[in-house]
Design a protein around this ligand. Structure first.
Ligand code: NAP
Length: 283
C-alpha cells in the first residue's frame, strides 16, 4: 500500500483526504491519503521520510508552503516563481516540489466560471500564498490590468513589483477609492483572503461590502467552506455570476493526484466526495 497525505497545521477541517482517497478507490490504486499534522520542528524529518519507497508524495498547506522549499531536491518553474510548494512528488527518493494552485485556479475559472482572463481587467483581493499563485497565473494568462488589493500594503507592493515585467499591475489598499473604482469596472473579482471562512471570527465578513459591482462580473472566492460565503451570497443577490472555491480545491488536488500516479484524475468522483465531506462537516 503506497502512502500520501497532507502536511500542515492545523488540519482538522481538511477535506483533501476524503476526495483523494475516493480517487484512489475509484481507479483501484492501492494507496492511501492521510492528514499529517506537523509542528515546525518536525518538518525536516517528515519531509525526509517522504523519500521512502512506500511514499508517493504529499500536499503541503499553511504554514509550510514556503518552508519546505529548501528541504526539497528540485522545484518546478511555477513553484519557484511563486515561492510556494503545495505538492511534493517522491521520484525514487528524489523530492520534487510543484505548485498546483495555479493550474487549479485557471482551470476552475475557465471550466466552471466560463471565464477567459486574456485581455481582461481583474481585481484580486489578498497578497498571501493563494493570491500569489492566482496573480502569477492571471498575468501569465494575459490579463490586461491586474488590481491587487490587500490589508497590508507593503506585501501587495512587493507582489506587484515582481509581476510588473509581465504586464500592468496596480497594488492598492483594501477599501478606499481605487478599490471601489476597480470593483466597479473589472470583469472578474477574486477573494483570496481568508475572510468568510467557516470556524473563524471573520466568517461573517464580505470584503466587497457596500461596493458597486457590475452584474456581468464573475465573483469568485477561494474560500470553499462554506460554499456560500457572505461575499458570494451578496454578489449573487446583485445578479453577478459566482464561483465557489471548491472547483479550485478539487482541481489543484486532481493535478497533485496526476503528478503522484501518472493517471488521469477522476474529477467527478473527487467533486462528489468533496461536496459530501463539506455537508458532513456542516452537520
Ligand atoms: P495566507 O498566506 O495566510 O494569506 C492570507 C491573506 O488574507 C492575506 O492577504 C491577508 O492579508 C488576508 N487577511 C487575513 N485576515 C484578514 C482580515 N481580517 N482583513 C483583511 N485581510 C485579511 O493564506 P493563503 O494560503 O493565501 O490562503 C488564503 C485563503 O485561500 C484561505 O481561506 C485558504 O483556505 C484559501 N485557499 C483556497 C484554495 C483552494 O483551492 N480553493 C487554495 C489555497 C488557499 P495581510 O497580508 O494583510 O495579512
Amino acid at each position: 500500500m503506497k502512502k500520501s497525505g497532507i502536511l500542515g497545521r492545523p488540519l482538522g477541517h481538511s477535506i483533501s483526504p476524503c476526495f483523494q482517497n475516493a480517487a484512489f478507490t475509484n481507479l483501484g490504486i492501492e494507496a492511501t491519503y492521510e492528514a499529517w499534522p506537523v509542528v515546525t520542528a518536525e518538518l525536516p524529518e517528515r519531509i525526509q521520510n517522504l523519500r521512502g519507497s512506500d511514499f508517493l508524495g504529499a500536499n503541503v498547506t499553511i504554514p509550510y508552503k514556503e518552508l519546505v522549499i529548501p528541504l526539497l531536491d528540485e522545484i518546478d518553474d511555477w513553484a519557484l516563481k511563486i515561492g510556494s510548494v503545495n505538492t511534493i512528488v517522491n521520484q525514487a527518493g528524489l523530492l520534487i516540489g510543484y505548485n498546483t494552485d495555479t493550474v487549479g485556479f485557471l482551470r476552475a475559472i475557465s471550466e466552471y466560471g466560463n471565464y477567459e482572463p486574456s485581455g481582461q481587467d481583474v481585481l484580486l483581493i489578498g497578497a498571501g500564498g493563494a493570491a500569489r499563485a492566482a496573480a502569477h497565473a492571471l498575468m501569465e494568462a494575459g490579463v490586461k490590468t491586474l488590481w491587487i488589493a490587500n490589508r497590508t500594503y507593503d506585501r501587495v507592493k512587493r507582489l506587484a513589483d515582481e509581476l510588473l515585467e509581465i504586464g500592468e499591475v496596480k497594488p492598492i489598499g483594501l477599501g478606499g477609492p481605487e478599490f471601489r473604482k476597480s470593483a466597479a469596472s473589472v470583469s472578474l473579482i477574486v477573494n483570496s483572503t481568508s475572510l468568510g471562512m467557516r470556524h473563524t471570527s471573520e466568517a461573517h465578513i464580505n470584503p466587497l461590502e457596500g461596493l458597486n459591482i457590475g452584474s456581468s462580473t464573475l465573483v469568485t472566492d477561494m474560500v470553499y467552506n462554506p460554499l456560500d460565503t457572505p461575499m458570494l451570497i451578496a454578489a449573487e443577490n446583485r445578479g453577478c455570476r459566482i464561483l465557489s472555491g471548491l472547483p479550485m480545491l478539487v482541481l489543484q488536488g486532481a493535478a497533485s493526484f496526476e503528478l503522484w500516479t501518472g493517471d488521469g484524475a477522476p474529477v467527478d468522483v473527487m467533486f462528489s466526495a468533496a461536496r459530501q465531506a463539506l455537508i458532513d462537516q456542516s452537520d
